[in-house]
Design a protein around this ligand. Structure first.
Ligand code: HEM
Length: 223
């Protein structure tokens, strides 16, 4: 398995296919993560969100799921950096004649920029909600505290706009890399890609906006 992974990750096409696959799995994680986070809006005091977080944390399989998630994120990010470098090197070489054969397009440039914003966000996010939380504080209170500060809300808002843009391009790009390229299905795949970007981007963006401007009152904010 590890040998296969290393061999695949060292070929150019293999890198792109693994990036596409890990990207699609990460989109799956984001759909589940957003659905879980939406429990924040379910009641007035954040109890539903806290009980969701407690259920997650008490699941004995959580460390395994977290490890899997870590592997997905690290693989996706490392491959993205390597493919970007490969494309940049190819552009410098006289053999690179077509933008799509290793060059940069507006879409791929935006992926690099939004990807970097998301990487910074992810580090801050894990430190805020995963490492800082010792299990004694209410998760809803922690989220409210973080996103009611201008800096926290601002960072989350910018990152969630980047997330929307990243996903709206990512899904169709991954499907194409994995060979789903057909005149009949491509228009539908493009619509799904845009839809996912909008739903995930706006869904996650709602948290910094609601909490900052309404004090999280949709979920029992004390403001
Ligand atoms: C406003 C948007 C978001 C909010 C309010 C939010 C909230 C949270 C919370 C409260 C946790 C801790 C869960 C727990 O330990 O019980 C968490 C974990 C996490 N979030 Fe988010 N999240 C947001 C967006 C995102 C995005 C966009 C990503 C990915 C790009 C992401 C990736 C993660 C990861 C990887 C974890 C750690 C999961 C684990 O170790 O169990 N989150 N988030």
């Amino acid at each position: 398995m590890l040998g296969w992974l290393i061999r695949t990750a060292s070929s150019s096409i293999g890198k792109k296919a693994l990036m596409a696959l890990t990207g699609l799995l990460l989109i799956g994680f984001l759909v589940v993560h957003l659905a879980g986070n939406l429990t924040f809006y379910m009641d007035g005091d954040g109890a539903a969100f806290d009980s969701y977080a407690e259920t997650l944390e008490s699941n004995p399989l959580l460390p395994l799921a977290e490890f899997g998630l870590l592997v997905l994120f690290v693989t996706h990010i490392v491959l993205a950096l390597r493919v970007t470098k490969q494309n940049r090197d190819a552009r410098k070489s006289r053999y690179a004649v077509r933008a799509t054969a290793g060059g940069s397009t507006a879409g791929s440039r935006s992926m690099v920029i939004t990807g970097i914003v998301l990487l910074v966000f992810l580090v801050v996010h894990i430190m805020d909600f995963r490492l800082q939380n010792d299990g004694t504080e209410s998760m809803a209170a922690l989220v409210r505290e973080e996103l009611s500060a201008p800096l926290g809300a601002g960072l989350y808002a910018v990152a969630m706009l980047a997330l929307g843009l990243h996903v709206s391009h990512a899904f169709k790009s991954a499907m194409q890399t994995l060979g789903c390229n057909h005149p009949k299905y491509t228009p539908l795949i493009e619509k799904v890609s845009l839809g996912l970007g909008i739903v995930l981007g706006l869904g996650f963006l709602s948290f910094p906006l609601v909490i900052f401007f309404l004090g999280g009152s949709a979920a029992g904010g004390q403001a």
